[in-house]
Design a protein around this ligand. Sequence first.
Ligand code: ATP
Ligand code: MG
Length: 552
Amino acid sequence: MAEEKSLNFLEEIVEADLKSGKYTSIATRFPPEPNGYLHLGHAKSICLNFGLALKYGGKTNLRFDDTNPVTEETEYVESIKGDVKWLGFQWAEELYASDYFPQLYEFAVLLIKKGLAYVDDSTSEEMAAQKGTPTQPGKNSPYRTRTIEENLTLFADMKAGKYPDGSKVLRAKIDMTHTNMLMRDPVIYRIKHAHHHRTGDAWCIYPMYDFAHGQSDSIEKITHSICTLEFVPHRELYNWCIDNLEIYPSRQYEFARLNMTYTMMSKRKLLQLVNEKHVTGWDDPRMPTLSGVRRRGYTPEAIRDFCDRIGVAKRDNLIDISLLEFCVREHLNKVAARRMVVFDPLKVVITNYPEGKTEIMNSENYPEDHSNVREMPFGRELYIEREDFMEVPVKKYFRLSPGQMVRLKSGFIIKCDDFVKDANGNVTELRCSYIPESRSGSDTSGINVKGVIHWVNAEKAVPVEVRLYDRLFNVEDMGALDDDFRNHLNPDSLKVLPTVYAEPEILNAKSGEHFQFLRMGYFCLDMDSTTGKLIFNRTSTLRDMWAKEVKK
Ligand code: ATP
Ligand code: MG
């Protein structure tokens, strides 16, 4: 395989395993717990898991890790499937850990029969006391010596619903003095009389994560089970279960989770933002969820590019959010159709242009493609941005000021002859003249002007709303906070401009299309739009505004 980039450590492992003949093809899985919407951290895991299988010829399963009945919902399952597809990946099989409940139960029975698991009646406080500390060994539970027969009966009775929540657990019998605390007789089954989103009331005992994940991998013959670094201490238990059950030897590999500046990436905390209405929902365009960034106008191509650029690390780090924004701009610059929209209108009257006349100008949708054009009506009354006029121009100001000329993009060169002020001294109107020979595309005027500005026809312009988003938090390293994250919400993360003036072509905007409003940023149609009122989300500014702030 011709490589430009060096391999990441996971690719190295996979290549070595294929080369040694350990595997002939690989299998990975993406295992979300359906207790929230996917975020950009999950995108990294998705790109890794699916990316490896695509690169080395293998398969990736989508497995819902739904062993906790209390927090999981079908709504989340649907959104997760939609998000994975949107990112551009197709799973081999859609599977649910809950489908393995009967098999996992049999695995637990097998451990009991091997003398490797026991039913414990200790309270959680008693168990915590038995556990010891990282520097002190634990103590055996008084129930550890129960006979196999007794354990089999008690476990069957737990399953049959004879005991209340929390009264008994099943524990693996490993070693209460083990240096790895997770190996000190971990709980592997607990009683929970709760309704499950798929199995309903069929079960009142549920396996713990450590007794479900590795076994699920094994059942699916996953070769490389990739997870985040916090699972490093779990690896020993993962292997212990597989080895003692003598099942397919899936193996776990850990990588650093994605942390990003100004961003909080935890489903639990994101849920809190939603519930407490700091945002309008999981898909609020300021959220780092995939549904949020999609609504904001980020593209799957940009997110995949970002995941590719950040690579795979073995140590936790903090990725600058401006890299993501850079990837978004890179892609949108290629695919976004250009439109002209005036945010802060100043009226321009072209005094030498015939009253009532409208003339169609052609404007390129994409700067590189001169044949792909749209029509823009030119007329006697236009709007330009207020900041494109200065009564007393500063040095190097190449836009309009008294006596100065500017080119209207895809229009004509105009000259400012005069301006009108209201009683408060605010400029309300510019009186300009245009150069008829300077029409864009057939300019014979011979006049060179330095400034080019955007404009719309005042009479034909379409009023639309724009929503300008900024970072949701104003703290760089959210992971280092020692107080409540709600103290650090950026109060200016959303600014609504209820009326800006767009060229008429905007009426054809469709959901999912990307636009560059010339000089103003990248935008997309928001789903709150109605036929009478179009709403646009700012996906990103054209440049890194934060970088500019820093340099000032
Ligand atoms: P959260 O803490 O946000 O709830 P989680 O790890 O509990 O995340 P899961 O649904 O269990 O969420 O995660 C599914 C997969 O995505 C796991 O393999 C997990 O390791 C991975 N993942 C979750 N967050 C990140 C992240 N920030 N970066 C990379 N991978 C992640
Ligand atoms: Mg989790």
